[in-house]
Structure formats: C-alpha cells, structure tokens
Design a protein around this ligand. Structure first.
Ligand code: IMP
Ligand code: MG
Length: 215
C-alpha cells in the first residue's frame, strides 16, 4: 500500500516537473524567437497555420480548375518564393515552374510606378496554361504590366494568383483569379515579403512597425 502510494506520488511529481521543465524550455525558445526575429513586428496578421490552410485550399482549387491539363507556374522573384514552393506541392497536376525578376520597391515602401523586366522566363508559354504567382498586389502596377507582357505571348490561359491583396491601395484596375488573403493598407513582411531585403524568413506574416520605415 505504502509502496503504491509512493509510486503514485513519485509519478505525479515526475510528471509535474517534466511539465515545468517543458514550459520553461518552450517560453525560453519563444522569447528568444520573438526577440531575434520579431522585434520590429507590430503584430502578426496571418499565422503560419492560417497560411498553410489557405494555401492548401488554393492548391485544391487550381487542381480542380485545370483538371486534365498541364500548367506552368511562374513566380515573381523574390517575394513569391516561399508561397510558390508551398503552393505547387498542393497542386496535383503536371507542371513546370519558372521565375521572373521585375523591378519593384527597392528600399522604400512606396512604388515608383515604373516596372521593368530584369529577368525573363526561359519557357515558351505559347498555348500553355500560365499561372503567375505574386506575393502581394498593392497598387496593381506590377501585375498590370505583367498581364500586358503575357498578353502578347499567346498563352492558352493566363491566371493571376496572389497570396495577399491590398485592394485599398489600387492605382490601376486589376483583379487576381486566386487570392490568399485580403490585407489592410499596412506594410506587411514575412513569408517571403520583405522590407529592405529583410524579414522574408518570418514564418508568419506580420505588420512592420511604422517607425522602421519612417526612420
Ligand atoms: P504593386 O506594383 O504596387 O502592386 O506592388 C507589387 C510589389 O510591391 C509586390 O510584389 C511587393 O514586392 C511589393 N509590396 C507591396 N506592398 C508590400 C508590402 O506591404 N510588403 C512588402 N512588399 C510589398
Ligand atoms: Mg513582389
């Protein structure tokens, strides 16, 4: 009886202390993580799990829309890289991928209005189903230009897929065929999106503290 009681008590204390150790460990990691990577983030807008859930839905939708077809997925570097690599793994279709580099915001949060191609694709897209993948549509100038460029390349289909859509900021009328999330008029970073080349490696999407870009 005594032995049984001692065993139960020891088991209880053991479990309790493991829990305490685990909690200390987790909070230490969270604090470290928050300090190092998230210190200039005002708040998390879209979490890692929300991103993966929505991307799965987009992949399913694209698979359905292009059933029995092949597609070419074109990413606009660099912002779309994380999104594209997760998205294509949720698409169950034969596909090829390629990338473009277009001039966009450099180290500022305002657009210049001029968009030029710095690196073009190497694949011939004539008579192909093309899905262009962007991180965010803001003023719409980049996508408007890209649509015009692909307009003369005789694609069978040309679709726009953007992870984020900041509709409030539109300067030109353009709509995406696939939108991950509508976002408010705030500067967001993470999951591929940058400010001055940084923050692309955040796993969530967060709002950057305005004092960072108002410096
Ligand atoms: P648009 O030509 O104004 O639509 O801008 C598109 C490009 O601007 C995107 O591909 C991004 O690289 C960049 N951009 C616009 N808004 C944001 C933002 O909130 N965070 C990070 N990049 C942004
Ligand atoms: Mg971009």
């Amino acid at each position: 009886m005594v032995t049984n009681f001692n065993m139960v008590r020891d088991h209880f204390y053991c479990k309790k202390s493991i829990k305490v150790i685990c909690l200390i460990q987790i909070s230490k990691e969270v604090l470290f993580y928050m300090k190092k990577i998230y210190e200039n983030i005002e708040r998390i807008l879209i979490s890692k799990s929300e991103l993966s859930e929505r991307i799965k839905e987009l992949g399913t939708q694209i698979t359905k829309d292009f059933e029995g077809e092949e597609i070419i997925v074109i990413g606009v570097l660099k912002g779309s890289v994380l999104f594209l690599t997760d998205l294509i793994r949720k698409i169950d279709l034969p596909m090829d991928i390629d990338f473009m580099v277009v001039s966009s915001y450099s180290n500022s949060t305002e657009t210049s209005g001029n968009v030029k191609i710095i690196k073009d694709i190497n694949i011939d897209v004539a008579n192909k189903n093309v899905i262009i993948v962007e991180d965010i549509i803001d003023t719409g100038l980049t996508m408007h230009n890209l649509k015009e460029i692909f307009g003369v390349r005789d694609c069978k289909n040309f679709k726009i897929c953007t992870l984020l859509d900041k509709k409030e900021r539109r300067k030109i009328d353009i709509d995406a065929d696939y939108v991950g999330f509508d976002v408010p008029n705030e500067f967001v970073v993470g999951y591929g999106l940058d400010y001055d080349g940084k923050y692309r490696n955040l796993e969530d999407i967060g709002v950057l503290k305005p004092e960072i870009y108002n410096k």
